[in-house]
Design a protein around this ligand. Structure first.
Ligand code: AMP
Ligand code: DBH
Length: 575
């Protein structure tokens, strides 16, 4: 495993003493909750084949152990990193809990990631396996895998094995029929060992304070970064989030965002629901139609949305008048929710709004249930923990006056101190005394609530999906007809920002098919520009650099009608 810069020992001792960090590992968490809430409904959703599934906690526990056995059979060992790129299907939970149960480390890719990103993750994590669901969508996962495998080998790293969960359900049905190999839970073995088939899955011999999984960074540079999280730090944020959000065994949490994203996983998300004995309802697609049907069918109480989806729900609900009477809380986060949209959550959806401002690196802020509307509608909340340390600084890292705008730095009991095996990224993204440079511009109110005013780095926030301008420009420049390229985020009523790529080509040259080129490069679908604008010349700053600021201004004014729009799709969804 690659080296990780971690919390100093005296800080760890403080977090343990405060009760934030416990010695509960993910494997122990799974065993404990699935037996404590055995009879409760844990999961409702569809499997890869589209067959509806409903599992109790007891069944979820059993499936996690069975998955651990299968994964081990496929060659995954405790300590191995495994890239998981699955849609919101029930196998996602089997795989993730199975990996934790085995003591292997999930690397949480998204189903929209393609050859390029999956190769990066496999190389960075030195992954033993890549998990996909062949046949669950229209992507040719085998072709993607073949490319990833070859590219990983080209970089001198052993390629991952392919694990296809598309066949798991049918194989399980075959074995369940009279195969004496699978023993039931009541034949469970001694102590903390689970018996499955003829095999035993001991609880892994790991500490709660070592890296348990890798999350993805939204990417403030063109280089992908992996975020090492421990059970001690992560489960603290999950427990505290579940409490702040008022989760309990009656919670029915609908997951419409990609399940592997940090927000629906932990704020309080899937893990928060499993922590309290409620039920996770997985939506196979994020459309309001599907979501409204699931809300009525399962009595959904809680849901997490990004701003574009919240807007889509609001306008769909105004037209269709669905039965949303069970809905208690609609969380909105991942990108700035417009103040003007905020009141409609209650007025139209009939639920309490909670704003959530978080990041996979750690810090999460929530508006609270007893906050006045003024704060709920106009701020992005305040930190989870009394020990979340916040600094708001100027370009020279000096604290700005209280209430002024500045760059947000943070450290605390669930914010990482370094990336996974990436000393260069650590030097760029952390201060010498361990604060994480979020890249966000914020203001703080006397109540401690933060208002996100922008970003100080070149990252486009496309409805919650973060797109690195540097990465996109780099790929555009690999097209021979492109002489220069600048990616900018342009204000968009629906997405917050949409991705516009401005390319300089020879005057009179034929327009290259840049979208086709970027797709062929294996770039994730959400990074493919919404619009491409061709210019013979790019505006420059006084030092001769391409001026993003001037381009943004031109795109909003004179250049707007010239743009060639691609159909804008809701973010966090296939295009
Ligand atoms: P990620 O890299 O995907 O973990 O995204 C984290 C970033 O998303 C934060 O640093 C913010 O830039 C942005 N973000 C998350 N939630 C919000 C929010 N409620 N308002 C504004 N920006 C947000
Ligand atoms: O955007 C994010 O990454 C995010 C938003 C809300 C997040 O990681 C979270 C809550 O935990």
């Amino acid at each position: 495993m690659a080296p990780v810069r971690s919390w100093p020992e005296d800080v760890r001792a403080r977090y343990r003493a405060a009760g934030y960090w416990t010695d509960e590992t993910f494997a122990a968490f799974i065993e404990d909750r699935t037996s404590r809430f055995a009879g409760n409904l844990a999961v409702a959703g569809q499997d890869a084949a589209g067959t509806p599934q409903r599992w109790s906690y007891a069944e979820l526990g059993e499936r996690a152990r069975a998955a651990a056995v299968r994964l081990r059979g496929a060659g995954v060992e405790p300590g191995d990193r495994v890239v998981v790129a699955l849609p919101n299907i029930t196998e996602y939970l089997e795989v993730v809990l199975g990996l934790f149960r085995l003591g292997a480390l999930p690397v949480f890719a998204l189903p929209t990631h393609r050859e390029l990103e999956l190769t990066q993750f496999c190389v960075l994590a030195d992954a033993a396996a890549l998990v996909v669901a062949v046949g669950a969508d229209r992507v040719d996962h085998r072709a993607v895998y073949d490319t990833v495998s070859a590219q990983v080998a080209d970089r001198g790293v052993e390629p991952p094995v392919l694990i296809d969960v598309g066949t798991w359900a049918s194989e399980a049905a075959d074995t369940a029929e009279g195969d004496p190999g699978v023993r039931r839970d009541d034949e469970k073995g001694r102590g903390d060992e689970a018996v499955l088939g003829v095999e035993v899955v001991p609880l892994p011999d790991i500490s709660a304070e070592e890296t348990a999984f890798l999350q993805l960074s939204g990417g403030t540079t063109g280089v992908a970064k992996l975020i090492p999280r421990t059970a001690a730090d992560y489960l603290y944020s999950v427990r505290a989030s579940a409490e702040i959000c008022g989760l309990d065994a009656s919670t029915r949490g609908l997951i419409v965002l990609p399940a592997a994203h940090n927000f629906p996983m932990s704020s309080p998300g899937i893990l928060g629901v499993l922590h309290t004995g409620g039920a996770v309802v997985l939506a196979r697609d994020p459309s309001p139609r599907t979501a409204f049907r699931l809300i009525a069918e399962h009595g959904v109480t809680d849901v997490a949305l990004v701003p574009p989806l919240a807007q889509a729900w609001i306008s769909a609900a105004q037209r269709r008048r669905p039965d949303l009477s069970t809905l208690r809380t609609v969380q909105v986060g991942g990108a700035r929710l417009a103040d003007s949209v905020a009141p409609a959550v209650r007025e139209v959806l009939g639920a309490r709004l909670q704003q959530v401002f978080g990041m996979a690196e750690g810090l999460v802020n929530y508006t609270r249930a007893d906050d006045p509307d003024e704060l709920v509608f106009t701020t992005q909340g305040r930190p989870i923990s009394p020990d979340d340390e916040i600094r708001i600084v100027d370009a020279a890292d000096r604290d700005v006056p209280e209430g002024a705008e500045g760059s947000l730095l943070t450290r605390g009991p669930y914010t990482i101190r370094g990336y996974y095996g990436s000393p260069q990224a650590d030097a760029d993204s952390f201060t010498a005394d361990g604060y994480y440079r979020t890249g966000d511009l914020v203001r703080r109110l006397p109540s401690g609530h933060l208002i996100v005013t922008g970003r100080d780095s070149d990252l486009i926030n496309r409805g919650g999906e973060k797109v690195s301008t540097e990465e996109l420009e780099g790929f555009a420049l690999t097209h021979p007809a492109v002489l220069d390229a600048v990616a900018v985020g342009v204000p968009d009523a629906y997405l917050g920002e949409r991705v516009v790529l401005v390319a300089r080509t020879e005057p009179d040259a034929e327009r290259p098919d840049l979208v086709g080129h970027l797709r062929a490069a294996g770039l994730a679908t959400y990074k493919v520009p919404d619009e491409i604008v061709f210019l013979d010349e790019l505006p420059a700053t006084h030092v001769g650099k391409n001026s993003r600021r001037e381009l943004r201004r031109l795109l909003a004014t004179t250049l707007a009608p010239q743009a060639v729009p691609q159909p804008a799709a809701p973010s966090k969804e296939h295009r």
